[in-house]
Write a protein that binds this ligand. Sequence first.
Ligand code: ZN
Length: 243
Amino acid sequence: MYIAKLSKETFAQAIKEIKTVVIPIGSIEAHGSHCPLSTDIIVPEHILSLMEKTHGDKILIAPSVNYGYTPSLAYFPGTVHISGETLTNYVFELAQGWVKWGAEYIILFNGHGGNTAALTLVANKVAESGATCVLVNWWQNYSKEILEICDAQGHAGEDETSVVLAIDPDLVDMSKAGVHDKQLMASIFAPDAIHYSYPDALNGDARKASVEKGEAIYEAVCQSFAKMLERLWAKDWTDNKPI
Ligand SMILES: [Zn+2]
């Protein structure tokens, strides 16, 4: 159920039954020369629109956080970067707002790698305040499933370009889809590191992307996310670990 579509009366009724609020979080930033600046938010929103069809009576989908922490890509036209402190405080206060109205589970459904550190702080702060918080970095949590469909994962690469294509092929200019198959040999932070790691705001091989791969990724991610939700609610929180 989309919170933004409810009235104060229908929201008050819904939150009595549905205790899980999912907040989509992304970034406005360069994605190669072929994908839109909104890639990191339209993909989580699309995953959640599919989840709405099957789990609309079990999750409340909150309005999105469009902007994120993206200092490394700030060099490219159209990227808007907000600080880690601002992102942490803003998302935590949003989460607290939903907890105040009765949410017991907050799911931070993240589409952008740069947000991960700030959102980990948020998740800990939400837990300290008494609610349960799950941070889902969809491309990481479901990496195993994605790598059964794509050869590799990357920023605006094969997997990410495919999931944008599957939303709308008109969003992608495949004639500009390129390849960059190098990564930094260590976690190097420097003013010019971007020219080594993402010279065209791309890492991976976008030329291998397709609508079919994107659709297969959505199906796999939704199935795995749905299983995770059931286990979350059942408090089935651990997996066997080989010793
Ligand atoms: Zn991205």
